[in-house]
Design a protein around this ligand. Sequence first.
Ligand SMILES: [Zn+2]
Length: 388
Amino acid sequence: MKGKYFIADQEDIDKKLASDVYFSRTIPFVEQNDGKAITAEITASSDEIINFTGVQEILNLLEGKNISLRTLPEGTVIRSRDSAGIPIPFVIIEGIYESIMEYETSLLGFICQSSGISTQSSKFFQEIYPKEFVSFGIRRMHPAISPMIDRAAFIGGASGVSGILGGELTDTIPVGTMPHSIAIIMGEEKAWEYVYNNSPKGKRTLLIDTFGDEKIKALEIAEKFPETDYIRLDTHSTRRGNFASIVREVRWELDLRGHSRIKIMVSGGLKLDQISELKKAGAELFGVGTSIASAKPIDFAMDIVQVEKKPISKKGKYSGSKDVLKCRECDNVRVVPKGIPLQCHGPMKSVMVEVLHEGKKVMEPETAKEIRARSVEMALKLIQARIE
Ligand SMILES: [Zn+2]
């Protein structure tokens, strides 16, 4: 391996070096098949609602190879099985097997991890909405993948990301408050003053838990820096007791003294099941780190379902080229053999998009903001369905 860090760089991935060796070892054997065209599909083994991301990296990997790809659009929020229990093909790949097989490891890796993160981010979005959260988790993962983590967290519903490269990739101004360290090095009040005077209006966020009690420090800030937008509680776990109660008490004392405009931000190891309680207590902005960045990958697998025109697959998998149809009226989703129409409330429409045709990109890539808009709209429908 070359380089200082233990990473596969872009060239390694393109050269198929970040792949499992069993593909390259068997390729001379497969080449004896005289270039059989196959259809392979990627389905998830689990049955869960997935926020699907990672497609753009697959596209970048396979562009220029003689391969065609149909996928669900990135940011699609969908159960991994249709209403009849058939696994949904998230990606359908067509081409000569030898030109596909050595990419399997990388293309699964792209979507498994990214979709795991965007799925977890979408769960936080649904729990936190209509309040907002920002992605703070890149420090817990390998720096080489920090832009991907931030992008997936953003698409899932984070309203901002903390990484510089993540900001670039999502075309957002990266968000941050103040590190504890500057309060320790420069003195807490001086640190507050610096951040207060050097943050844009609407973003002035002061960290209040470095040394003192949250309530006392919140009131001190309210007195000295009344135009503060957020006070951030990142209280250490050894001091937390009941974190929601601390938030509730701080909110009460601020309101009592006429500082209702100062909002409360919380962070520090936040888990999904803590959100509802913290929201009720008065938290208005959430900094979520490890819970999203280290999300469990989605267990997507790639399987051949057709060789030449003949449906064939290993046991446990559904053979044949397929399409995914959706009813516009009731959102019913069904997997069908390709070309077979189905009625629900009217004719069901395909939700799969051809993104690569014999190696050529079919359309301009969407921006992270466009993809996030789709993802958030679909997540809001889930929230709505839960309320009804
Ligand atoms: Zn319907």
